[in-house]
Design a protein around this ligand. Structure first.
Ligand code: SAM
Length: 228
């Protein structure tokens, strides 16, 4: 599978400042998620005990949300996947500054690690403000294509959560359609506030702030992994 994958986003942005480059070189190796090791036990290298639960954030951008949820839940482990090296450097800095022991970083395409984890490994996953790829001819580039959604359905334990967010009208529609159509997930919304309000435990990400500055309305779609 790995050879056929193509990543269409940016891997590099502005050149990193020397301090950030050095931090990446010295700190990332110890923080890097290792797909050849059991995901739970690799957190024991830095955490006092085994993490009670594991979460995955796909495309964490600058890592603001991942660092905040990891700081709020030190007993849980958080894996972040992001191929954009400037974003990875930003998360490494958040981890250093926050003294976070419960974060592992996969600095590449998430699709390369999904198969490495056993069924029901995750308590939840986040896909926040993914690249919208609004044109139909680019639909295959959208992050929730069936392979990823099937992978998440396998990895998230029954009753676990899948949190999706977007400010882009086309992306909102394909996120919702894809997850609603998947037999493994149930949309938990009961009233408009459930998709209009940011869940209390999440923090504004860079893309969410940009959307609000530009008067685009973010929505949050909370799904539950179906039992059975
Ligand atoms: C629009 S940005 C949003 C970033 C962040 N979630 C936020 O809200 O600020 C989408 C991110 O998804 C990442 N991404 C796209 N495809 C990915 C993949 N296959 N695996 C992991 N990350 C991916 C991109 O590199 C990009 O940083």
């Amino acid at each position: 599978m790995a050879e056929k994958l193509q990543f269409y986003g940016r891997r590099k942005g502005r050149p990193l400042r020397r301090t950030m480059r050095e931090m990446l070189e010295t700190r990332l190796p110890a923080l890097r998620f290792d797909p050849d090791r059991d995901p739970i036990s690799q957190f024991a290298d830095t955490m006092a005990g085994r993490p009670e639960e594991l979460f995955l954030e796909i495309g964490f951008g600058g890592g603001e949300n991942l660092a905040a949820i990891a700081a709020a839940r030190p007993e849980a482990g958080f894996i972040g996947a992001e191929p954009f090296i400037n974003g990875v450097a930003s998360l490494v800095r958040h981890v250093e500054q926050g003294g976070l022991a419960n974060v592992r970083i996969w600095d590449d395409d998430v699709r390369l690690i999904l198969d490495s984890m056993a069924d029901a490994t995750l308590a939840g996953a986040y896909v926040l403000f993914p690249d919208p790829w609004p044109k139909r001819r680019h639909a295959a580039r959208r992050i929730l294509h069936p392979m990823v959604l099937d992978g998440l359905a396998r990895l998230i334990r029954p009753g676990g959560s899948l949190v999706l967010a977007s400010d882009h009208p086309v992306a909102k529609s394909w996120l919702l359609q894809a997850a609603c159509a998947h037999p493994g997930f149930i949309w938990t919304a009961r009233r408009p506030g459930d998709w209009r309000n940011r869940p209390d435990d999440l923090v504004p990400t860079r893309y969410m702030k940009k959307a609000e500055r530009e008067d685009r309305v973010p929505n949050w779609f909370l799904f539950q992994r179906r039992h059975g």
